[in-house]
Write a new protein. Structure first.
Length: 135
């Protein structure tokens, strides 16, 4: 919990810096992908359910909490993960499949491939134009 709160404080520090120099601030989110987190999330959820712990070991809604925080603090953001998920049809971090492989990430590792880099660039650029951050 402390790390989460520190993370949110750091975002506010970046926002303050941009405000102080009269610059626009856009938070770009690229979160976990089912390709490399599915197994870990499922294991943690099973452990939590087995022990019926009040305190969640893991939660699948941190991104939702983050976006609510950004909206409450009037911080513009771009959720690239959702755009990637929508592109290939993911709904959850525990979805089966390797849908992003060879589409946006390399087959043998979890880094963006050429199309993935293009996807990122085009979506960030479009958001900058849409929000009139650049003209």
């Amino acid at each position: 919990k402390k790390a989460w709160k520190d993370h949110l404080k750091n975002i506010l520090k970046f926002k303050k810096i941009s405000d102080d120099i009269d610059a626009e601030f856009l938070f770009v989110f690229w979160g976990n992908l089912p390709e490399y987190t599915r197994k870990h999330f499922k294991e943690s959820i099973n452990i939590n359910n087995k022990h019926k712990k009040e305190e969640q070991i893991i939660t699948l809604n941190n991104d939702k909490l983050l976006f609510e925080f950004l909206e409450q603090n009037n911080i513009k953001y771009l959720n690239l993960s959702k755009l990637a998920w929508d592109l290939v049809g993911y709904n959850s971090l525990t979805d089966q499949g390797e849908k992003l492989r060879d589409v946006l990430i390399w087959r043998n590792d979890n880094h963006l491939n050429i199309e993935g880099n293009k996807f990122m660039f085009e979506n960030v650029y479009n958001k900058l134009i849409e929000d009139k951050i650049i003209k």
